[in-house]
Design a protein. Structure first.
Length: 184
């Protein structure tokens, strides 16, 4: 009888140990920020040549990149007439959504809101539509953040058909962002 209990206990411990390992996160550090990626995601450099941090879970068609730009560079673009927006976080949002409107058919934004993510001002929103070049229906969960010196974009995306299944995995990763440039 004790042997059966021991075997059952060993079996349960192994199941819970496996589940714990699947949910572990790895913090990825750069010079200006860090973000957590689930340990079962693959690190890559193939999705966007400008992104320092890129990771994905191909099996689930779930992708993340982080882009950064200096506030000074964005403001210079406004002064030179490249962007016709205000030099603010909302102006940055307009530049990004205008770009996606140009490359996406049936473009829509939703779930827009101002928030704070670990002391950074942020705008978090969703976008969807058919990517014109790739011809795929895509859902994006996006965050635009600012610290004292930089603007950041955290872009996560998947096939539109997987939106409801995967949106819950996107938010914790986005909310794990931490800037190294925030005054205490």
């Amino acid at each position: 009888m004790h042997l059966k209990k021991f075997i059952l206990l060993t079996f349960l411990i192994s199941i819970f140990s496996c589940n714990k390992n699947e949910n572990k996160n790895e913090r990825i550090f750069t010079e200006n920020y860090s973000i957590e990626a689930p340990s079962d995601f693959e690190r890559t450099n193939e999705m966007n040549e400008l992104a320092k941090v890129q990771f994905r879970k191909s099996k689930e068609d779930l992708h993340f990149i982080v882009l950064e730009e200096t506030k000074e560079g964005f403001q210079n673009g406004i002064k030179m007439g490249v962007h016709k927006v205000s030099p603010s976080l909302f102006g940055y949002y307009k530049v990004i959504t205008n770009h996606f409107d140009e490359i996406t058919d049936n473009f829509e934004t939703s779930d827009y809101g101002f928030t704070k993510i670990n002391s950074c001002n942020a705008i978090v929103f969703s976008m969807s539509g058919k990517h014109l070049e790739e011809g795929k229906e895509v859902f994006y969960r996006y965050a635009i953040l600012e610290d004292e010196k930089n603007l950041y974009q955290i872009m996560s995306w998947t096939n539109l058909a997987y939106k409801d299944k995967l949106i819950g995995r996107m938010a914790p990763i986005i909310n794990s962002f931490k800037s190294n440039s925030i005054s205490k």
